[in-house]
Ligand binder design. Structure first.
Ligand SMILES: NC(=O)c1ccc[n+]([C@@H]2O[C@H](COP(=O)([O-])OP(=O)(O)OC[C@H]3O[C@@H](n4cnc5c(N)ncnc54)[C@H](O)[C@@H]3O)[C@@H](O)[C@H]2O)c1
Length: 451
């Protein structure tokens, strides 16, 4: 198929590359000329594992081009997929202005054309948007009726940054929400999405509003599981001998529950989870429905900052040097949006601690957010100079932290291991390691107890 992908960011760039690798003729569109230049030259515009490799592997053989000219791209394609941002407003609801603008550009380009065209909305939207304001914008601008010669669907992607390429090629399922009440658009997108898959996922086709609710519900449910695990960790810490990982591993064996996203550690962050949870809650409240579970999930998530702050305070007073290892919201991405490490650094700096921060990929982005509140340093400098060292993101290299970096001639360093990545005994000779989520006597030899 000939496919235009509008918005070549963290989702759109990998999507364009994966579509091209499956044999489609793809033209990427972005208003940012640098992004277009990079992709046109075969370079990944975003840092995402596997993307550069995929672009190199093409050897220039695929049909993947990029342009800032939306109209030309749309007119030369059969399908347009839109992946532009839908930022959250003050009230927690998503704003659709950028998306509406992109949809109108697509409609303008299709005005007067006679061939069938499918518009797939990949951006995350509030339920009711695709068949509501987006359909109206598309019909007004194109002067065509959705349904007859114009297809409109909501087709979200279920991907995590750090594994977007893999997730696009191996989805758990494909979700297509049809807004134009014709099966033709759904059939076409069904065919396209299946063509990307290395696996054989089930496909669910439904009315657009149901697909929109499904997308938002999945992220909200996952955040609830994370908060649930964190609630258990808080409990385990106060019970001698308790170990949250032992508990959550066993809970996950229950077929009614399953193992995924039950890892207790710090609060969830990133560009999707916190805002999707808030949006579901805000939407429910705006409709007069209750969203107690989403609200509690968010409350538990915010509490994680107080919980870790209290543990730091147990071991060091304001004025002491705290090192934070990990500023991205998860490993294998440079993205620091709404990350726990950044929020912790800001809170500690406000309390009067001296902050050293380190991260393998996110240091530049973090430094831009933190400014003078924290000093960006290497892993070695962070570990060597901190009175309290907090592991806030489970980057693989932190599990291999070397003794010598923690050895002090004076007072021992305290390491607050929020993810329990450090080996239980080997560092205890040189430092006091506190594992979040473990009760006092489960901390290991030399580890310091909790409450
Ligand atoms: N990043 C993810 O993992 C992920 C996962 C699922 C859903 N989403 C959703 O996908 C959407 C996009 O997210 P993202 O993370 O890729 O955003 P992003 O900010 O990384 O990228 C968006 C891109 O769109 C471009 N853009 C904006 N308006 C444009 C226009 N009118 N025409 C052309 N280009 C335009 C920007 O220049 C930018 O390059 C959001 O709704 C997000 O919630 C993202």
């Amino acid at each position: 198929m000939r496919i235009a992908v509008i918005g070549l960011g963290k989702l759109g760039s990998p999507l364009a590359a994966v579509l091209a690798s499956a044999g489609h003729t793809v033209v990427g569109v972005d208003r940012n000329a640098d992004t277009v230049r990079l992709l046109s030259a075969g370079a990944a515009p975003v840092q995402e594992p596997g993307l550069q490799h995929l672009l190199h592997a093409s050897g220039g053989q695929w049909k993947l081009t990029a342009t800032t000219n939306c109209a030309d791209a749309v007119r030369s394609s059969d399908i347009t997929l839109v992946c532009v941002p839908t930022p959250s407003g003050q009230d927690g609801l998503f704003t659709h202005d950028l998306l509406l603008q992109a949809v109108r550009e697509v409609g303008d380009a299709l005005r007067g054309a006679s061939s069938y065209h499918v518009l797939g909305v990949v951006s995350t939207v509030l339920p009711g948007t695709t068949a509501g304001s987006l359909k109206s914008a598309l019909e007004d601008s194109s002067q065509r009726q959705a349904g007859d010669d114009l297809g409109l669907c909501y087709t979200p992607a279920f991907v995590a940054l750090g594994s977007v390429v893999h997730d696009l090629q191996n989805p758990d399922f494909i979700l297509i929400g049809e807004a134009s009440q014709d099966a033709r658009a759904g059939d076409i997108l069904d065919h396209v999405y299946r063509s990307l898959c290395a696996n054989r996922p089930p496909v669910r086709r439904m009315a657009a509003v149901n697909a929109e609710i499904t997308k938002l519900s999945i992220n909200t449910y996952v955040t609830t599981r994370i908060s649930y695990a964190n609630m258990l960790a808080d409990l385990c810490e106060r019970l001698p001998g308790a170990d949250v990982d032992v508990v959550t591993e066993a809970i996950g064996l229950d077929a009614r529950i399953g193992a995924g996203y039950l890892k207790a550690a710090v609060g969830y962050g990133g560009p999707c989870f916190p805002r999707d949870n808030l949006a579901l809650s805000a939407l429910a409240h705006s409709l007069g429905a209750r969203a107690d579970i989403a609200d509690a999930t968010d409350r538990v998530n915010r509490y994680q900052l107080d919980r870790v702050l209290a543990r730091v305070r147990e071991h060091a007073a304001p004025g002491a040097t705290v090192g934070i290892l990990g500023l991205t919201y998860k490993p294998d991405t440079p993205v620091v949006d709404d990350s726990f490490g950044i929020a912790l650094a800001q809170r500690l700096a406000a309390c009067g601690y001296r902050l050293l921060v380190s991260d393998p990929l996110g240091l530049e982005a973090a430094a831009a957010v933190l400014g003078s509140q924290a000093q960006p340093v290497s892993l070695a400098s962070c570990a060597a100079a901190a009175d309290v060292l907090v592991i806030a993101t489970p980057w693989a290299e932190y599990a291999r932290l070397h003794h010598d970096l923690l050895r002090r001639s004076g007072r021992r360093c305290v390491v607050l291991d929020c993810w329990r990545v450090l080996p239980r005994q080997s560092l205890c000779e040189v430092a006091d390691v506190v594992y979040l989520g473990l009760g006092a006597s489960a901390q290991g030899v030399g580890g310091v107890g909790s409450f």
